[in-house]
Design a protein around this ligand. Structure first.
Ligand SMILES: Nc1nc2c(c(=O)[nH]1)N[C@H]1C(S)=C(S)[C@@H](COP(=O)(O)OP(=O)(O)OC[C@H]3O[C@@H](n4cnc5c(N)ncnc54)[C@H](O)[C@@H]3O)O[C@H]1N2
Ligand code: MOO
Length: 423
């Protein structure tokens, strides 16, 4: 009996590693996982901030019936705080300025008409005024000392702006693992080559490498022919990597040497073959450990600057068919990498089948689907034309893989399933 997807996924997640931490400039931190809490260094906003160009005045004076105000001065953004000396007057204010003392309400130019009286500028209010309007109150967004981002936050452009705002120029993040992608096969030629009728370009490596880039990981790509000695030699030269992602040579063919070579080299096979389609021949193992107990699990090791690759590479040996490897990457490798980087990813979304699907084999079926968002927040999943796991171009018409469990063979339109999105 083959391992099912849930058990395979649990086995993969049981080997999550910690690659340590490093300090990097915040400008280079997009896509990285934060490993320290980031606090507000001052209130947000740091002062009562004017939000409209216009005038600031004392609301109580207006509430008593005064609608015409003479201008005392102008408070612009970047000027130290001024004070209104007479509450019968107003202060012209610009967006982003600190609110002048003795004022508490801002009226935009659009609600004013300007006149001059004996060389002095005056404004007449032409619309209703609410007390305190058009002021972004000091500390309304966050208080000084408050945690703005906990450790484990994935740093997206939104976080980078906040890091800049609190003056956090260097930031502690998870170190990225060293990943080698190894393609095997005599039929494979370089991407810039012209293939003969019997050849194909080495495309899998680049799709996989691009998927890893989503986490900031820049993998190295290697190719080796179907030759046991050559495969062993390449592997030996890559022992310092943390992760190997192999593609091809894991099935039942005469040249599918990978399982044998890997074991001969001392890798512990955790599983070979999963009850799934595509991706059935997926092989997973690790060097340097006889069981998952020997691996420093997240949170159990001294995470500060431990050397990478304490235990030898973790090995994801993916089936060569392009859709199989791509699916395994999103279903198994990226979740493992996110967890190893200590990023707690949001739960896997679900999508609703927009058509009936029949799949009779007792395997989890990963169906490529295009996702259509509809009102109410649902995602409707519709399969594009698909000619099996060798059909790389089908992925161009799809956004993810719907995970259809093996407990039934008819999946009704309207039923909902987890979807592993790659777009
Ligand atoms: N007798 C059996 N045959 C096969 C089985 C099986 O259980 N019994 N499983 C099938 C399934 S399912 C898959 S998936 C494939 C996987 O085979 P391998 O992992 O051994 O992969 P290869 O044979 O090396 O290649 C398969 C296919 O993929 C193309 N390929 C491989 N690497 C790349 C690459 N880097 N870039 C682009 N394309 C690549 C390769 O040319 C082949 O067409 O086995 C079935 N057979
Ligand atoms: O599992 Mo294979 O990946 O069906 O083609």
């Amino acid at each position: 009996m083959l391992l099912d997807v849930i058990a395979a996924s649990a086995a993969v997640m049981g080997t999550v590693r910690d690659f340590g931490m490093e300090q990097i400039p915040f400008t280079a931190a997009t896509g990285r996982v934060l490993r320290e809490p980031v606090l507000a260094d001052r209130d947000f906003p740091p002062y009562n901030r004017v939000t409209m160009d216009g005038i600031a005045l004392d609301y109580e004076t207006y509430a008593k019936g005064q609608t015409v105000f003479g201008v005392e001065d102008l408070q612009a953004a970047g000027m130290p705080r001024m004070q209104l000396s007479n509450t019968a007057n107003c202060m012209e204010v610009m967006t982003g300025a600190i609110l002048p003392e003795m004022t508490d309400t801002v009226i935009p130019y659009e609600h004013l008409s300007a006149t001059e009286h004996e060389g002095f500028k005056r404004f007449t209010i032409t619309a209703a005024v609410e007390p305190g309007q058009n002021i972004h109150a000091r500390g309304a967004d966050a208080q000084a000392g408050q945690i703005l981002m906990p450790a484990g936050t994935l740093l997206s452009p939104a976080e980078i702006g906040v890091l800049a705002s609190v003056g956090k120029t260097m930031v502690q993040v998870s170190r990225l693992p060293k990943v080698a992608i190894i393609a095997t096969g005599d039929e494979l030629i370089p991407v810039d080559g012209t293939p003969g009728d019997h050849q194909v370009r080495t495309s899998n490596s680049y799709g996989l490498a691009a998927a890893l880039l989503e986490l900031g990981i820049v993998a190295t790509c290697h190719h080796v022919n179907d030759n046991e000695a050559a495969i062993a030699a390449l592997f030996s030269s890559l022992m310092d990597a943390d992760v190997w992602i192999c593609t091809g040579a894991v099935s039942a063919g005469k040249y599918d040497y990978l399982p044998l070579v890997l074991e001969q080299m001392g890798m512990t096979t955790i599983f070979h073959k999963v009850q799934q389609k595509p991706g059935k021949p997926f092989l997973f193992g690790q060097f340097g450990a006889t069981g998952t107990d020997d691996i420093p699990l997240v949170g159990t090791s001294d995470t500060n600057n431990i050397p990478l690759n304490e235990t030898g590479p973790v090995v994801f040996a993916l089936p060569g068919n392009p859709v199989s490897g791509f699916m395994c990457c999103y279903r198994y490798i990226l979740p493992w990498l996110r967890a190893s980087l200590q990023y707690e990813a949001p739960p896997v979304p679900h999508a609703v089948l927009g058509t009936d699907v029949t799949f009779k084999a007792p395997l989890t079926y990963f169906l490529p689907v295009r996702l259509h968002p509809v009102s109410g927040g649902q995602l409707i999943a519709l399969p594009p034309p698909y000619h099996g796991s060798g059909d790389l171009t089908a992925l161009l018409q799809a956004d993810g893989f719907l995970e259809l469990a093996p407990d039934k063979d008819f999946f009704e339109k309207g039923s909902s399933y987890p979807v592993w999105k790659f777009r």
